[in-house]
Ligand binder design. Structure first.
Ligand SMILES: *Cc1c(COP(=O)(O)O)cnc(C)c1O
Length: 408
C-alpha cells in the first residue's frame, strides 16, 4: 500500500496566490468587460532586455549546429556565468566570493525550499512573520513541524513577528534557532536591513552556531548605498550564512528561470558527534544528484546582464519599477493610507483602513476599484490588517489603479 508523506496534510489550505487567482477569476467571469488591474502576485511585466535577448538567441543558434551544440552542462552552472557573478555581483562591491561557491539553479523558490533537506530534521527553524510563504510551507513538508495551531502558527517553528512597532525587523529570538530565514529587502513589507541590523544577526548566528538563510531576491532594488546588498558585506558572515539570489525580479527572468545560491566553503554545520561538515559539500552532492543544470541558452542570457550594456538596460528597468513604487507610495499616502516600504524594494505595504481584515480589503478593492493586491494575512498572522501592492505593473496601470483607489 502506498502511503503519503503525512506532513503534507498539515499544510494550511491553499497557497496564497491560487486563492487570489480563484477570487479574481470568479470576479472576471461575473463581470466580463471590466478591466482588472493586477498588483497582486510579485511577477514582473517588462520584457527581457535587448542584450539579454541577443545572447539568448546566440545560445539557441549554438545549440542548432553540431560543432557548437551542448548536451549536459555542469550541474553547478557554466564557469562563464559563475565567474561573471563572482566578479560583477560580488567582487565589484568589495565582496570576495569564489566562483566555485556559487551554484546556478532554476529558481530561488526551489533553492530556499530544497536547502532544508541537507539539514537534520531536528533543526529548529526561525521564520519572520509575515514573509514569503515558501519558507514555512517547505519547513512543514520536510517534517520539521507539528500541526498548525489556532493562531496560524505551525508548532515547532520559531516565529519572529515583524510589525510597524519593530519597523519590520524582528527581535533576536529568545529560543535558539538552528536555521534562520531572513529576507531583505523584504517581501512583503518592503523593509530593508541596515548594516548594523545585519551585523547583529551575524553575531547572533556565530554565537549560537546557527545558519542564516539569507534571501536577497530583491537586492537590486536597493537605492540607499548604505544598505548592504549582500549578507557577505558583513564581516564573519561567510561562516554562518547562505545567500539566495535570483534574476527573476532583477532582470525579468520569472518565466526564463535563473537563480543562484552562494554557499561559502567556510560554512560548517555539525554531525551527531559535533564534527564540522562543509555545508557546500552536502549541497553539491544534492545538486549534482537531483539537478542537471539550467539550459545553456538561459545561462548565456543570464551572463549578458553582467556586460556593460546589459547592466545599463537592467538598471533602467529597475528604475522604472522603483518610479512606480514612488508614484504608488505618494498617491497612497495622499489618499490617507499608512504606507511602508517602496523605497528600496518593489513592494508597498499599507495598513488597511479602519482596521479592516486583509481579505475583506482585498474583496473591497477587487469589487469596487477592480484592483488586485495581496492580503497581508496571506504572508503570516502578523500580516493581518495589512495589504501588499507590487510595483511591477506597467506605468499606465499603476497610475490608473492609484486613481481608482483615490476615488473609492
Ligand atoms: C520572487 C521571489 C524569489 C524568486 O524566486 P524564483 O524562484 O527565483 O523566481 C525568491 N524569494 C522571494 C522572497 C521572492 O519574492
Amino acid at each position: 500500500m502506498a502511503t503519503i508523506n503525512e506532513h503534507y496534510m498539515k499544510l494550511a489550505a491553499g497557497y496564497l496566490f491560487p486563492e487570489i487567482g480563484r477570487r479574481v477569476n470568479e470576479f472576471v467571469k461575473a463581470n466580463p468587460g471590466i478591466k482588472v488591474i493586477r498588483m497582486g502576485i510579485g511577477d514582473v511585466t517588462q520584457p527581457l532586455t535587448p542584450t539579454v535577448v541577443k545572447a539568448f538567441h546566440e545560445g539557441v543558434d549554438e545549440m542548432s549546429k553540431a560543432d557548437t551544440f551542448k548536451g549536459y552542462g555542469p550541474e553547478q552552472g557554466y564557469d562563464f556565468l559563475r565567474e561573471a557573478i563572482a566578479e560583477h555581483a560580488y567582487r565589484s562591491r568589495g565582496v570576495d566570493i569564489p566562483a566555485d561557491d556559487i551554484f546556478i539553479s532554476d529558481g530561488s523558490k526551489c533553492d530556499t525550499g530544497n536547502i532544508q533537506e541537507i539539514f537534520g530534521s531536528d533543526n529548529k527553524i526561525a521564520i519572520c512573520d509575515p514573509v514569503y510563504p515558501v519558507y514555512a510551507d517547505t519547513t512543514v513538508m520536510s517534517g520539521k513541524t507539528g500541526k498548525i495551531q489556532a493562531n496560524g502558527y505551525y508548532e515547532g517553528i520559531i516565529y519572529m513577528p515583524c510589525t510597524a512597532e519593530n519597523h519590520f525587523i524582528p527581535a533576536l529570538p529568545a529560543e535558539s534557532p538552528d536555521l534562520i530565514f531572513l529576507c531583505y529587502p523584504n517581501n512583503p513589507t518592503g523593509a530593508v536591513a541596515t548594516r548594523e541590523e545585519l551585523k547583529k544577526w551575524v553575531e547572533y548566528a556565530r554565537e549560537n552556531r546557527s545558519i542564516i538563510l539569507f534571501d536577497a531576491a530583491y537586492e537590486a532594488f536597493i537605492r540607499d548605498e548604505s544598505i548592504p546588498r549582500s549578507i557577505y558585506e558583513i564581516d564573519g558572515a561567510k561562516e554562518v550564512a547562505i545567500e539566495f539570489r535570483s534574476l527573476s525580479k532583477t532582470a525579468g527572468f520569472t518565466g526564463t528561470r535563473l537563480a543562484y545560491t552562494v554557499i561559502p566553503a567556510e560554512l560548517m554545520a555539525f554531525d551527531a558527534e559535533d564534527n564540522p561538515v562543509q555545508v557546500k559539500k552536502l549541497w553539491n552532492r544534492r545538486h549534482t544528484t537531483k539537478f542537471n543544470g539550467v539550459s545553456y541558452p538561459v545561462q548565456k542570457a543570464a551572463a549578458a546582464i553582467f556586460t556593460p550594456e546589459g547592466k545599463k538596460e537592467v538598471q533602467q528597468i529597475i528604475d522604472y519599477y522603483m518610479e512606480n513604487a514612488s508614484i504608488m507610495k505618494k498617491s497612497l499616502s495622499e489618499t490617507g493610507f499608512t504606507v511602508y516600504g517602496g523605497e528600496n524594494a518593489p513592494y508597498i505595504w499599507v495598513k488597511t483602513p479602519n482596521g479592516m481584515k486583509s481579505w475583506e480589503f482585498f474583496d473591497k478593492l477587487l469589487n469596487e476599484a477592480n484592483v488586485v493586491g495581496t492580503p497581508g494575512s496571506g504572508f503570516g498572522p502578523s500580516g493581518e490588517g495589512y495589504f501588499r501592492f507590487s510595483a511591477f505593473a506597467n506605468r499606465e496601470n499603476v497610475i490608473e489603479a492609484m486613481e481608482r483607489i483615490r476615488n473609492l
